[in-house]
Design a binder for this molecule. Structure first.
Ligand code: GLU
Length: 559
């Protein structure tokens, strides 16, 4: 059936005409996308998500690296939607991607946008670039580097089975590539019958004489990598006329003048194919930077983050819990560059844009995503944010996640700010605010609607004692007392009721006392906040005001 002699130039030209009668030439397309004219050393990077509807931490991670590399070098970072797999596409996916990324402060000066796109290197949605891909596929066919393949699914399954039985490499190559240089009349016949076909790369035709069996490239993160040259006739254009990821990104990154492709380790195994495509098209490949996979430690075992098992893989998790974008950014930088934490220690107040991110300092194996560490970083970051800004942040979160609580939180802005600011000035500022859901819980006792007694009485104080202490406190409490006078009253109250005025006295002779002044404060704290752990009582009283302070003392005395 097949033509075994290597066809001539006319054959390939005729085949290209037969398959793509209306396609433009690659040169026509090239002319529309000239080099960008950026200064030397400027990075052009992109985010190339597939619109599957699931926006994950990997998207933000990649966006953070790619954007920084571009911005810090005076380059361009753009968004390209990789939507060639129509089956996986979900309505509204681009909008949710953009809004999730926008929460974390990631925007795009160029590329796909919710209402179209901006920039001179588009279209930025692969599904709209069909004409462009066809021009280059046509060029490959005309040079004998690609060909139509009409193998049916059943035939491919049979080939696979045969290869398996013979323990051979699976795939279409060499003798299995039946449609390489097939009789043009037969191809015409199949086309007339509208038989489905794909276009495959002719891997053997691509191999330049003497180019050797392996290829070596310099990966921006991993350094020199050597791998076997591609020998597979991979599909470059699918039956629906849209390209595969392999082919699409080659064309796009070339035409969009991408200089660096930072992408996940899962693409490393396809690198031979990508390099083969760049060679076949005679394009210079970008610098590939393959990041390590995002992992977590689960029961002591390090494993890949999983969509099914780990809510923290989804960006919506961080938005719903209300992690502050600055905290997440700070955290991502710590896992992105091994020297970031050190830089932060020596530049505590500096804007993190002063740090230069480098691909060489990125890890090449398993990046640990650790929520404890994120919260830790978050505590530090939030300590550096003003109460005013935090109040806006909380209102924004509450409007989204707890709209029922919005009237309560916004009733008195001064109270909200004061509650958020408590204990944050001074020598050792308090660092216990982590994320909006936790902060909301943390400050909830300032609002009567959410105030409730959560903790039991402290260990050394019985119910009867508690009542006596609170009655006593209520008698001496004066809202206008300064901190010193106020604390003097607490010490006196402790002593009058058999508690040591100083913890060290109690420690020396515990048998002489019921407890110490700390227990007395704890009872008051419990009455006023409903919990044993809370900031300074005096400050809390200043915020609650006299009426509410007395109200809570009275209510607790009655319990
Ligand atoms: N569309 C690919 C993905 O979603 C992008 C990979 C790349 O950045 O090249 O994984």
């Amino acid at each position: 059936m097949m033509n075994n002699t290597i066809p001539d130039v006319d054959y390939y030209a005729a085949l290209a005409d037969l398959l793509f009668p209306f396609a433009k030439s690659g040169a026509d397309i090239e002319a529309v996308y000239p080099p960008r004219g950026l200064p030397d050393g400027a990075y052009v990077t992109r985010l190339g998500p597939s619109p599957t509807g699931f926006v994950h931490l990997g998207n933000l991670f990649m966006a953070t690296v790619n954007r920084r590399l571009a911005v810090q070098s005076g380059g361009v970072f753009f968004l390209r939607i990789e939507d060639t797999d129509r089956k996986r596409e979900v309505d509204g996916a681009v909008e949710s991607l953009l809004s999730s990324l926008a929460y974390f402060g990631v925007g795009f000066a160029e590329g796909a946008a919710a209402d179209g796109e901006k920039g001179d290197y588009g279209p930025y949605r692969q599904s709209e670039r069909r004409e462009i891909y066809h021009a280059f596929v046509r060029g490959l066919v005309a040079s004998g580097l690609a060909y139509p393949c009409f193998l049916s699914e059943d035939q491919i399954t049979a080939i696979r089975a045969e290869q398996e039985a013979r323990k051979e490499l699976p795939g279409i190559y060499g003798k299995y590539a039946e449609w390489r240089d097939a009789d043009i009349a037969l191809i015409g016949e199949y086309l007339a019958k509208e038989m489905p076909f794909v276009i495959r790369l002719n891997a053997d035709a691509c191999t330049v004489q003497g180019s050797g069996e392996t290829v070596t490239i310099i990966d921006g993160i991993r350094g020199e990598i050597t791998f076997p040259r591609n020998i597979l006739d991979v599909v470059i254009l699918k039956q629906d006329g849209l390209p595969t990821y392999h082919f699409a990104h080659t064309i796009d990154d070339h035409l969009m003048r991408t200089t660096h492709v930072v992408r996940g380790e899962e693409w490393l195994s396809s690198l031979p194919i990508h390099i083969a495509l760049f060679e076949a098209l005679d394009f210079t490949p970008p610098t590939y930077c393959h990041t390590a996979l995002l992992m977590k430690v689960d029961d002591g075992v390090k494993r890949k983050l999983s969509k099914r098992l780990d809510p923290e893989l989804s960006l919506s998790y961080y938005i719903a819990e209300g992690y502050h974008p600055k905290a997440v950014e700070e955290y991502l930088l710590t896992i992105l560059n091994s020297n970031y934490e050190e830089w932060r220690l020596s530049n505590p107040g500096a804007d993190n844009t002063e740090f230069t991110l480098t691909t060489e300092k990125m890890g090449a194996s398993g990046i640990l995503v650790d929520l404890d560490k994120l919260r830790d970083v978050s505590r530090d970051t939030l300590a550096g944010i003003t109460a005013k800004e935090l109040a806006d942040f909380m209102i924004d979160w509450v409007s989204r996640e707890r709209p029922d609580a919005l009237p309560v939180l916004t009733k008195d802005r001064a109270i909200l700010e004061a509650a958020l600011d408590i204990g944050r000035s001074g020598e050792k500022p308090r660092k216990d605010l982590e994320y909006a859901a936790q902060i909301f819980e943390h400050i909830s006792y300032f609002f009567d609607e959410y105030f409730q007694i959560k903790d039991p009485l402290p260990e050394h104080v019985g119910a009867e004692d508690a009542r006596t202490l609170l009655e006593g406190y209520h008698g001496v409490y004066d809202q206008s007392d300064g901190r010193e006078i106020w604390f003097g009253k607490i010490r006196a109250l402790a002593e009058e009721n058999g508690y040591a005025a100083r913890p060290k006295d109690y420690k020396k002779n515990p048998e002489l006392y019921k407890g110490h002044v700390g227990d007395v404060s704890a009872v008051i704290r419990l009455a006023l906040t409903g919990r044993l752990e809370a900031p300074d009582i005096w400050e809390i009283q200043q915020i609650l005001g006299e009426v509410r302070t007395r109200g809570r003392l009275r209510a607790f005395e009655r319990v």
